[in-house]
Design a protein around this ligand. Sequence first.
Ligand code: BES
Ligand code: MN
Ligand code: ZN
Length: 490
Amino acid sequence: MKVKIEKKSILDIDSDVIIVNLFEGIKNPGGVTGVVDKAFKKIISEYVIKQEKFEGKYGEIYELPMIQEGKKIYIAGLGKQKEFTYGKIRNITAKAIRKAKTTKTAKKIVSILHGAGIAGLDPKICAQMITEGAISGAYEFDKYKTEKEELTIKEFIIAETDSQKYKEAKKGVEIGLITAEAVNNARDLINESSQYLYPETLAKYAREIGVKTTVYDKSQIKKMGMNAFLAVGQGSIHEPKLIHMEYKPENPRKKVAIVGKGITFDAGGLDIKPPASMLTMRDDMSGAAAVISAIKAISELKSDVEVHAIVAACENMPSGSAYKPGDVIIAKTGRSIEIDNTDAEGRVTLADALAYAEELNVDEIIDIATLTGACMVALGTVASGIMGNDDKKIKRFISLADEIGERYWQLPMYEEYGETLKSDIADTKNTGGRMGGASAAGIFLSKFIKNTPWIHIDIAGSAFLEKRNEEGIKGATGIGIRSLIKYITE
Ligand code: BES
Ligand code: MN
Ligand code: ZN
């Protein structure tokens, strides 16, 4: 499906479905919805609103069938104008696309530039959201279905006649295309069966992206002293790989390292998970997929920021060669870790990955990880946890992400959370119990960062959904990518 913008009236573009909108409470639509209303004998104001009592509640889509031969109109409810956000633009667009998909005939869809009318939002971001919503709504992970539902929709066109808005929105479409593509690529990687996706194949995928990529194998990882990382992977038949991708523009404005947890399957190790918890653990490389996709998008956007994406990829399996509870491991920084629970493996691999990142002398480090069930319990699936050692950067991340409809909630890093990690025989234990688990994990990670500004993001709850969310996403969400791109390039 192609997404583009045309400087034409929505009525002058040949299409199967026209998407317009309505804020809650509006009786006489203005703007482009008003233009469409007038063009079709006031069918929206007189029939849909007055008689059918369509109120424009957020997320509802009213369908006017066959207004002209073969042409449908979708009226997307935007909800209360005061509560309108950019994220909602993406969600309603995705919803409309999914509705259009079910017609199995619609080939061409035109949409108005939601948000840039009476809501007065930035046309560039509005267009980015529509583009992302369209591409995200059309996404399907169907590679293992022998009978695939073919997408009939070939084109999605945003119509805008105002020259200035058109110009700005065009930029938004470009950013949206790159971002949405990155998100869908990550979703493919995360949804992929761990039968085929393991450290070596993940590394192969990273290599093919086109930015400079170095992959270190087991013996090289050993030489670098990354024993914590190696310990986690030693129970698997698949060898660990350290993936380092670099995007280096000329005269970079700043240097950022993004580190993604890359456990291609988390069985828990010898502290094996119960079946229900293990079922979706192929998603335990969602952080890795996020950083790989983000660096791809950032390079395509030709950002002036230098970015390093780092993934310590391995599988956490129980076996005769697996690391064991009670083991002591000397991490790359020299700190010793007592393994209290082999299922708290992500932080053990990240300890070494963060240390590796810090040696690159970057200005800041951001890690993203499906790290703790505790974070999922605290925030559910709708928000991700965020913490770190630089409050200003954390706040900036949260607010930029909020703008594009991704939610982050700062969790505390009070010293007391670290007390459970005290070990009798080593510098630290890898876990100390269930209470305050997301914060304790954050404290653990902080011990492996010396003095670089650092943000830690826990996406355990938000990375993978059993039920469709507002955007219509099920399975891998690709959470974090949009925010990483926005935060780094802005
Ligand atoms: N990968 C899991 C965390 C997770 C849980 C991600 C649910 C997505 C959904 C992580 O490696 C893990 O197992 N954490 C343990 C830590 C515990 C042993 C201290 C957990 O949260 O139960
Ligand atoms: Mn685990
Ligand atoms: Zn894990």
